[in-house]
Design a protein around this ligand. Structure first.
Ligand code: PHE
Length: 454
C-alpha cells in the first residue's frame, strides 16, 4: 500500500542524479577497467556495450516501473503484486545480495579513503606503487579500520533520510567527478604509450573472447547499473507519478556507461597495452602512477580519491537502503534502527573479505575463476556481484512477464511518457526473448560446464 507519508524525491533531477549516484561507483572506475583487462580489452568492451543496451536498459525499466507502481522496496513490491506467494523470494534474494555486495564493496571503498589520506599527507612519489598497494591491503588493522569507517559513513547518510542525505550529495559531486575525469583523460592521452593502450582497449579482436567473457560482461553490466538486486526498484519507489521513467532510466544508463568508458580511457593509455596482471589493485596502482608524473598530481590525486570515495558512498547508500527499507516497510522499524542492524551484520560478513588480500594467507587464495586465483573477496564478488545479480535480473523479467504482466509494467513505464510508447516495439521482444534467453544461456553454461570457471 502506498502510504501517504512515503518519502519522495524533491525533483526529477534529484532522482536522476541519485540513481546515477547508485550506478556510478567503484563498479565503473575500479571494477570495469580491471575486468576489461582480464577479459581481453576491446572485445569485452564491445560485448559490454551491447549487453548494457539490450539487457541492462530493459531490466532497468522493469525495476523502475515495478518500484514506482508499488511504492515499495523489492520484498514489499512482490508481496503487493503477488500476495502470499513464492515470488517474495525475489525480494529476499535482493536483500541478501545487497548485503553481500555491500560487504566486500565497503572494503574496496575503504581503500579510496586511505589513498585520499595518503595523497594529502605523503603523496605517491618515491615508492613502487604496486608494492605499496600490496603492503597496504595485507595490513589487517588498516583494512578493518577503513572498512568500519566507510560502513559508518554509509550508515550515517542512510539514517539522515532520503532527501537530506542522498540527493544533496550526489547532486553536487557527480559533475565534479566527471570534469576531473575529462581532465585526466586528456592528460593520459598525451602519454607515450597512449596509442597502444587505446588500441587494446577499443579495438575488438575475436581471439580475445574466452569462455568467461560473456558471464563477466553480463555480471559487470548488472553490477555497474545497480540492477538485479532491487536498488533501482527501491529508488523508483520514491519517484512520483509525474516523472518520465523512460527518460530518467535512459539517462542513468547513459551516464553510467559513459563514466565506465571514461575510466578505461584514463587507465589503458597509461598502461599502454594489455595489463600484465589485472587484478583488484589495477586502478589503484595505475592511477597513482599517473598522479606521480602529473604536475599538481598530489592535489589532483587527493581530489580524485575523495570523489571516488563519495561515488562509492552514493552506491553503498543504495545497497544499504534496500535491506533497510525492507526492515522499515515490513517490520515498521524506524530508519535508524533498520540501518544500524543491517550495517552491523554487514560488518561481520565483511571481515573475511577485508583480510583476504594478504592479511590471511588462507583467505587470500581459494579457487581459480576465469584463470585468476581468487581469494574470499574475489569469490564474494563473483557470487554476489555476478551470479546473484544475473539471477535476480532474470527473475524480475520472469516475474513481470508471467505474473504482473508486461502490459501493466508498460503502462507504468509510459505513464506521462506517452510519446515513447513506440519503444515497446523494441522492448517487448527484448524482454520476452532476447534478455532472458541470453541470461539463461550464460547461467546454464556455467552450471553445466564445470570447467568454465577454471
Ligand atoms: N553500481 C554500483 C557501482 O558501479 C554498485 C552497485 C551494485 C550498487 C548493485 C547497487 C547495487 O559501483
Amino acid at each position: 500500500m502506498s502510504s501517504p507519508s512515503r518519502e519522495q524525491w524533491n525533483s526529477s533531477l534529484g532522482f536522476i542524479l541519485a540513481a546515477a549516484g547508485s550506478a556510478i561507483g567503484l563498479g565503473n572506475i575500479w571494477r570495469f577497467p580491471y575486468i576489461t583487462g582480464q577479459n581481453g580489452g576491446g572485445s569485452f568492451v564491445l560485448l559490454y556495450l551491447i549487453i548494457v543496451f539490450t539487457i541492462g536498459l530493459p531490466v532497468m525499466y522493469l525495476e523502475l516501473s515495478t518500484g514506482r507502481f508499488t511504492q515499495r522496496g523489492p520484498v514489499g513490491a512482490m508481496e503487493k503484486l503477488a500476495p502470499g506467494s513464492f515470488w517474495k523470494i525475489i525480494g529476499y534474494l535482493a536483500v541478501i545480495t545487497g548485503i553481500g555486495i555491500l560487504s566486500y564493496y565497503s572494503v574496496v571503498a575503504g581503500w579510496t579513503i586511505w589513498y585520499f589520506i595518503k595523497a594529502i599527507f605523503q603523496g605517491f612519489g618515491g615508492e613502487n606503487t604496486g608494492t605499496a598497494f600490496s603492503q597496504f591491503v595485507a595490513s589487517a588493522p588498516h583494512q578493518l579500520v577503513l572498512l568500519g569507517v566507510f560502513l559508518g559513513l554509509t550508515t550515517g547518510i542512510v539514517i539522515s533520510g532520503i532527501k537530506g542525505g542522498i540527493e544533496k550529495i550526489s547532486m553536487i559531486l557527480m559533475p565534479v567527478l566527471f570534469l576531473l575525469m575529462i581532465g585526466l583523460i586528456i592528460y593520459a592521452l598525451t602519454l607515450d604509450n597512449a596509442a597502444a593502450g587505446l588500441k587494446y582497449y577499443l579495438i575488438p579482436k575475436t581471439s580475445d573472447f574466452t569462455k568467461t567473457t560473456f558471464i563477466f560482461a553480463l555480471g559487470q553490466a548488472f553490477f555497474s547499473l545497480s540492477l538485479g538486486m532491487g536498488a533501482m526498484l527501491t529508488y523508483g519507489s520514491y519517484l512520483s507519478k509525474k516523472e518520465n521513467l523512460v527518460k530518467a532510466g535512459f539517462l542513468v544508463v547513459l551516464f553510467d556507461t559513459l563514466i565506465a568508458i571514461m575510466a578505461g580511457l584514463i587507465i589503458f593509455p597509461v598502461i599502454g597495452g594489455a595489463p600484465e596482471k589485472a587484478g583488484a589493485g589495477l586502478v589503484f596502482v595505475v592511477i597513482t602512477e599517473l598522479f606521480c608524473t602529473l604536475p599538481g598530481g598530489r592535489i589532483l590525486g587527493a581530489l580524485f580519491f575523495l570523489l571516488l570515495t563519495i561515488a562509492a558512498l552514493t552506491s553503498t547508500i543504495s545497497l544499504l537502503e534496500v535491506a533497510a527499507s525492507w526492515l522499515m516497510d515490513e517490520y515498521k522499524m524506524v530508519r535508524k534502527k533498520a540501518a544500524l542492524i543491517v550495517s552491523g551484520i554487514t560488518f561481520v560478513i565483511a571481515i573475511p573479505s577485508a583480510l583476504s588480500l594478504g592479511a590471511s594467507k588462507s583467505l587470500s587464495s581459494i579457487i581459480k575463476i576465469g584463470g585468476e586465483e581468487k581469494g574470499f573477496l574475489g569469490i564474494m564478488d563473483f557470487l554476489f556481484g555476478n551470479l546473484s545479480l544475473a539471477i535476480g535480473g532474470l527473475l524480475i523479467i520472469i516475474f513481470v512477464v508471467f505474473k504482473w504482466k508486461l502490459k501493466n509494467a508498460e503502462d507504468e513505464l509510459y505513464h506521462n511518457a506517452d510519446r515513447f510508447r513506440f519503444l515497446s516495439l523494441i522492448m517487448k521482444p527484448l524482454i520476452w526473448f532476447a534478455a532472458p534467453a541470453a541470461i539463461m544461456v550464460v547461467l546454464g553454461f556455467m552450471l553445466f560446464t564445470g570447467k568454465t570457471l577454471s
